[in-house]
Design a protein around this ligand. Structure first.
Ligand code: ZN
Length: 172
């Protein structure tokens, strides 16, 4: 059964998994509502504790919640809306693998298996489509520039034609 706050959580997370970023359109269906602090660990249904998550991330996160020792070592899951993710995680632009920048980042990537092959492929496709869109934009700009050059040349040609076609009596 869907969580009572399912709709508002969906909207708050823009229909994407807060942990790995895949969208409903990517996965072909609605995602799930995850309790950041699991109910089994005393987590509530407060908005702050609800994360829109894909089935995989939700599954891998499971009922993990850091104990005092984990916390002392920075072993916790990043909270998508409250943590500054780039401080902890960097996406390698060449390989599309997520690389840790902190112990928390390392733990987060490992627990949620954020370098699982299907996700890396997903990031690769997303990057490819961004590159293609940029290339398309560049080609459209070039095209517009060529049209301007052609228009200027046509104007010049018609000017020359007028000049060559001017009858002598008109200049008097
Ligand atoms: Zn996910």
């Amino acid at each position: 059964m869907a969580h009572p706050k399912h709709e508002s959580v969906r909207r708050r997370y823009d229909y994407r998994c807060g942990y790995c970023g895949v969208s409903e359109a990517d996965t072909g269906g609605e995602l799930t509502v995850d309790h950041y602090q699991p109910v089994s660990a005393g987590g509530s249904d407060e908005d702050n504790n609800l994360v829109y998550a894909c089935i995989r991330c939700n599954l891998y996160k499971g009922d993990f919640f850091p104990d005092a020792l984990d916390r002392a070592h920075g072993r916790r899951v990043l909270q998508p809306l409250h943590d500054d993710i780039p401080v902890h995680i960097h996406e390698n632009a060449e390989t599309q693998h997520l690389e840790p920048r902190s112990e928390t980042g390392r733990f987060h990537i490992a627990l949620l298996q954020l370098n699982r092959p299907a996700l890396v492929e997903h990031r690769l496709r997303r990057r490819l489509s961004a590159l293609l869109a940029a290339k398309q934009q560049l080609m459209e700009a070039e095209n517009a520039q060529l049209h301007q050059i052609i228009a200027a040349q046509e104007a010049y040609v018609s000017l020359l034609q007028r000049m060559l076609g001017i009858p002598p009596e008109d200049t008097s």
